[in-house]
Design a protein around this ligand. Structure first.
Ligand SMILES: *[C@@H]1O[C@H](CO)[C@@H](O)[C@H](O)[C@H]1NC(C)=O
Ligand SMILES: *[C@@H]1O[C@H](CO)[C@@H](O)[C@H](O)[C@H]1NC(C)=O
Ligand SMILES: *[C@@H]1O[C@H](CO)[C@@H](O)[C@H](O)[C@H]1NC(C)=O
Ligand SMILES: *[C@@H]1O[C@H](CO)[C@@H](O)[C@H](O)[C@H]1NC(C)=O
Ligand SMILES: *[C@@H]1O[C@H](CO)[C@@H](O)[C@H](O)[C@H]1NC(C)=O
Length: 342
C-alpha cells in the first residue's frame, strides 16, 4: 500500500491511499450508508485548521454520530493524552506521515490509565501517526490502547517500552505499522491480524514481544503476524501466556538470531504449556530455526495455518472500509471562522 495521489480539499492536500484489500463497504448495518464521503475536521497547531488539539476535534464529534468523520492532523508534535469515547464510532484520525505527526505523552501506571491514545469507540481508523509514551524503562506505560471492535491502523508507529500496545478487546487490523518495546509490548485479548508490520524489541536480554491474554478456549481471540519483520536490540522471546489459552501465530515472518532458541515461555506456569497455542508457519531468518523451540509450541502445516492466514480471526475483511474520497465541511465551523470568533 502506498500514497498514490492526493486530493485537494479546500486548500488542504489529503493523501490518498491505494488500499487494494479494503475495497469493501462497511459490513455493519448501523454504520454510515455512504462510506465514500466523510466530514472533514482539520487539526493544525498553527491555528489554521478547525482545532489546535486532536482531543478538541474528537470532542466536537456529536455523540452517536452516524457520519464518517475524518480528522486530518497537520504535521506537528501533539503533547496530548487522547481518548476516543465509546459513543463516537466511525472516526478516522490521519496524519500525513508517521515521522512528522507525533502524538506523545509520558505516563506510567495501570495499563488502562497510562495510554497516550485510548480507542474506546468501534470502527476507528488510525493512519500515518506516531503514538508514543516516553515514560521509559521503569514500568508499565501504554502508548496505544484499543478496546473496541473493528479498528484498523495503517502506517503507524507505536512506541514505548513495557506494554506498548494494549490490544485489549475487539477485532483489529494493523498494516505496515512499526511497534517498539521490550516487555510484553504487544499484549491484550483482542483478535488481531498484523500484516507487514515491523516489531522491534528494545530489551537487552529476554525481551518479550507478545503477551496475549485469551482466558478460555471459547474465546475467538489471538494475534496473527503475517509477513512481518522482527528486529531486536538484545535477545527476545516471541511470547508468553498472559491468559491460560493465549494464542499467537507467526507466519512468513523474518526472525533475527536474537530470538531466543526456545522461542516461547510459560511465564512460570507449566500448566499453560498444554493450553496456550503458539504456532509458527514458514518463518525465515536465523531466529526461525525451530530445532530448540519449546516442545509445546507448534510448527504449523499449511492446513493448520490456513485459518490464521484467511483473516477469519478478525471476522473477515468485510468491515475494513476504504479511505473516503469525498469530504464535506461542517458549515457551522466555517461560519464561526468567517466571523473571526474561532
Ligand atoms: C459542527 O459545528 C457545531 C457548531 O460549532 C459544533 O457544535 C459541532 O461539534 C461541529 N461538529 C463537528 C463534527 O465538528
Ligand atoms: C447515544 O446512544 C446511547 C445508546 O443507545 C444512549 O444511551 C445515549 O443517550 C445516546 N447519546 C445521545 C447524546 O444521544
Ligand atoms: C517522564 O516522566 C518522568 C516522571 O514521571 C520523568 O522522570 C522522565 O524524565 C520523563 N521522561 C521524559 C522523556 O520526559
Ligand atoms: C533470561 O532467561 C534465561 C532463561 O530463562 C535465564 O536463565 C536468564 O537468567 C535470563 N536473563 C536475565 C538477564 O534475566
Ligand atoms: C537449525 O539448528 C540446528 C541445531 O542448532 C542445526 O543442526 C540445523 O542445521 C539448523 N537448521 C537450519 C535450516 O539452519
Amino acid at each position: 500500500m502506498g500514497v498514490i495521489g492526493s486530493l485537494n480539499v479546500q486548500g488542504y492536500v489529503v493523501p490518498l491511499l491505494l488500499v487494494s484489500i479494503c475495497s469493501f463497504m462497511a459490513a455493519s448495518g448501523t454504520g454510515p450508508v455512504d462510506t465514500s464521503t466523510a466530514l472533514l475536521i482539520r487539526v493544525d497547531q498553527s491555528g489554521q485548521g478547525d482545532y489546535k488539539k486532536i482531543q478538541e476535534a474528537i470532542d466536537a464529534v456529536p455523540s452517536n454520530n452516524s457520519d464518517l468523520i475524518f480528522i486530518w492532523v497537520k504535521p506537528g508534535i501533539y503533547r496530548e493524552k487522547i481518548v476516543v469515547p465509546a459513543d463516537k464510532p466511525f472516526i478516522t484520525l490521519s496524519g500525513t506521515e508517521a515521522s512528522n505527526t507525533i502524538v506523545t505523552w509520558n505516563e506510567s501506571g495501570e495499563i488502562f490509565d497510562s495510554p497516550t491514545l485510548s480507542v474506546l469507540a468501534s470502527d476507528f481508523v488510525g493512519r500515518y501517526l506516531t503514538i508514543q509514551n516516553t515514560f521509559g524503562t521503569a514500568g508499565k506505560a501504554v502508548a496505544l490502547r484499543v478496546s473496541a471492535d473493528r479498528a484498523a491502523f495503517y502506517n503507524c508507529r507505536i512506541l514505548s517500552f513495557q506494554d506498548t500496545l494494549l490490544d485489549d478487546t475487539g477485532r483489529h487490523y494493523y498494516s505496515n505499522c512499526y511497534i517498539e518495546g521490550a516487555v510484553d509490548f504487544i499484549c491484550g485479548n483482542a483478535a488481531s491480524l498484523f500484516e507487514r508490520c515491523h516489531l522491534h524489541s528494545l530489551a537487552d536480554t529476554n525481551g518479550t514481544i507478545t503477551a496475549q491474554h485469551r482466558d478460555s478456549p471459547l474465546e475467538n481471540t489471538g494475534f496473527t503476524f503475517l509477513g512481518c519483520k522482527i528486529t531486536c536490540a538484545g535477545t527476545a522471546l516471541l511470547g508468553r501466556p498472559w491468559g491460560a489459552y493465549s494464542r499467537v501465530v507467526f507466519a512468513l515472518t523474518f526472525m533475527p538470531s536474537a530470538i531466543l532458541p526456545e522461542g516461547w515461555d510459560d511465564w512460570g506456569n507449566p500448566s499453560r504449556q498444554s493450553t496456550a497455542y503458539y504456532g509458527e508457519y514458514k518463518c525465515y531468518g536465523p531466529g526461525a530455526n525451530r530445532s530448540k523451540r519449546v516442545g509445546w509450541s507448534h510448527s504449523l502445516s499449511s492446513d493448520e495455518a490456513a485459518p490464521f492466514l484467511s483473516k477469519s480471526m478478525i471476522g473477515g475483511r468485510g468491515w475494513l472500509r476504504p479511505t473516503p474520497t469525498h469530504f464535506r465541511r461542517n458549515s457551522t465551523i466555517a461560519l464561526v471562522k468567517a466571523d473571526g470568533n474561532n
